[in-house]
Design a binder for this molecule. Structure first.
Ligand code: SF4
Length: 537
């Protein structure tokens, strides 16, 4: 027996602390971190409080992708302090990594834990009677705080006895915090599993690499284990996500990972090679499993081959990672949702270059056209940014025209927000807010029209969907999500997490409406029900 305390002893010790609450902001990756923190608190015997006002420890897991994300986090900290002044408020996440002192100065904040120390947060928070000495890290015992100005992101953080700051060089970290996320509204369906964190790109507007660090991947065996656990728990659709999901595997040891994947991989993928300089997949022979690192395609195949998951949905993948092979795997398997989210950001070559994006507009267009050709009725979405520094009317028009011409079915339109320390924040010709808002509106209206046309293309057809839940306040109906990422309203009261086949009767207010057809269907054995019809832009 080792010297560590028995779990029940730990539980007893911490029962004096009792309750915690984790509030998440921002993207799926942040929510996955939050879910992992909740899991860690619970493993130590703490109880989850119903809301922040009733918890003794409140963790605010922040986002810093825009100035308004920062503002939301500060407002939440003030609110928690006002409503629950006795709580120990711990601020973590991307904002905590970027500007720890700013957060530590807010009233009520007890500790600031950057992403660099997030995996140790629970240990840092629980021994509350231990006051860390200034300038010393209680976990490592060493002074490992680093100057954030080395990351171009601000001044060196300081610590004091009352409000310790735990932040160090995020690029020195290789840990990956992950646990499945269950939507608050849909607790019993579609868990989201983060399999990758960090990013090695340096888009000039983006602060994410500086707060999340280098690309790192959850090992294949752990992913397969998590997926199978979710399947055994009864989940039917699982979403895999990451900060730069398509880069999964590039940091892993190929021989370890690929030995877990069937030999079918090398045969099926011989026709592709990856050009690291151009970051573009090209035709040609791909290295064998012995001499290459695993690719995202390997992960997708392994999930299909090694787990009994009924439906896999792939979240955002950068355009250069949509290889011919990946498109063909997604198109060819009824167990993968027909959905491609491909960040575009701009349709202007000049703007893409200023953004330091690694593809040209024609590469992007080619990928979208290939995806559409392979999957005639797939949901295709993109992130688009308006108001990037120096974006002229003509450059915006190139983006608008690209959006108009490509077969998108939905868009996420963002207005550029300067992030301190990023190259774009120092660029001349920042676009006036009024102009950027106008451009945002134009694209959102265009996207709404395209989505309506896409939805109308399903009227009169049969679709497959998974039920999400029903609204108790309204007359009986159930919301479901189609394979094609459309919300479907069904006039029946149904349990969440069931496959249904439905006949679509109308498309209205951003939703499909339909009637349930008699027999439930199994995703794993049912080919795409609607693949015979194509959707044009
Ligand atoms: S790909 Fe670009 S925008 Fe996306 S996380 Fe990496 S640096 Fe940021």
């Amino acid at each position: 027996m080792d010297g560590s305390p028995h779990p029940s002893a730990e539980r007893c010790y911490y029962s004096a602390v009792a309750t915690f609450y984790v509030q998440n902001f921002g993207c799926r990756a942040t929510q996955a971190d939050g879910a992992a923190l909740e899991r860690q608190f619970e493993e130590r015997g703490l109880e989850r409080a119903a809301d922040a006002s009733r918890a003794e420890i409140v963790v605010l897991n922040t986002c810093t992708v825009t100035a308004s994300a920062d503002q939301d986090a500060r407002a939440a900290i003030r609110r928690v302090y006002r409503e629950n002044p006795g709580a120990r408020i711990v601020v973590t996440g991307c904002y905590a990594q970027r500007a720890p002192e700013e957060l530590a100065a807010l009233p009520g904040v007890a500790q600031v834990v950057g992403n660099s120390h997030k995996h140790q947060l629970v240990e840092l928070v629980l021994p509350m009677t231990i006051t860390p000495s200034p300038q010393r890290d209680p976990v490592s015992g060493s002074n490992n705080f680093v100057a954030l100005d080395s990351l171009m992101l601000g001044r060196r953080p300081t610590t004091d006895d009352r409000r310790p700051i735990h932040v160090s060089d995020i690029f020195a970290h290789t840990e990956l915090l992950a646990a499945p996320v269950f939507d608050a509204a849909n607790q019993r369906t579609r868990p989201n599993l983060k399999v990758q964190d960090g990013c090695d790109n340096r888009c000039s507007f983006c602060v994410i690499p500086f707060v999340r660090g280098q690309n790192r991947s959850l090992p294949l065996g752990r992913i397969l284990g998590e997926v199978e656990t979710l399947v055994l728990a009864g989940f039917r659709e699982v979403v895999i996500s990451g900060i730069n999901l398509g880069r999964w595997g590039r940091d892993l040891d190929g021989s370890d990972q690929l030995s877990a994947v069937s030999s079918q991989l090398s045969e099926a993928s011989d026709s592709l090679a990856f050009d690291e300089d151009a970051n573009i997949h090209r035709s040609g022979r791909r290295p064998t499993t012995d001499d290459r690192r695993p690719l995202f395609e390997d992960l997708v195949r392994a999930i299909l081959e090694r787990t009994s998951l009924e439906k896999l949905r792939i979240s955002s993948v950068e355009p250069m990672d949509w290889s011919d092979e990946l498109i063909s795997i997604v198109a060819g398997s009824p167990r993968i949702a027909k959905h491609a989210h491909v960040p575009m950001q701009s349709g202007s070559d000049a703007v893409l270059r200023r953004m330091h994006r690694k593809y040209r507009p024609w590469h992007y267009r080619e990928k979208i056209e290939k995806i559409r050709a392979a999957m005639p009725d797939a949901a295709i979405g993109a992130d688009v940014m308006v108001g990037f520094p120096g974006e002229t009317d003509a450059e915006f028009e190139e983006t608008r025209r690209t959006v108009d011409e490509l077969p998108f079915t939905y868009l996420h339109v963002f207005t550029y927000s300067a992030r301190p320390g990023t190259p774009a924040a120092a660029m001349a010709k920042q676009v006036p807010v009024r102009v950027a808002r106008d451009r945002n509106r134009i694209l959102r209206e265009l996207a709404a029209e395209k989505k309506q046309r896409f939805m109308e293309s399903f009227v009169g057809r049969r679709v497959q969907a998974i039920t999400l839940g029903h609204d108790n306040t309204e007359e009986d109906f159930t919301e479901a999500l189609t394979d094609h990422y459309l919300s479907l309203q069904l006039p029946a009261r149904m349990e969440p997490n069931r496959w249904v086949s439905a006949h679509v009767t109308r498309a209205q207010e951003g939703k499909l409406f339909g009637e349930v057809e008699p027999a439930p269907i199994a995703a794993s054995s049912t080919p795409s029900l609607t693949s015979e019809l194509a959707f044009a832009p």
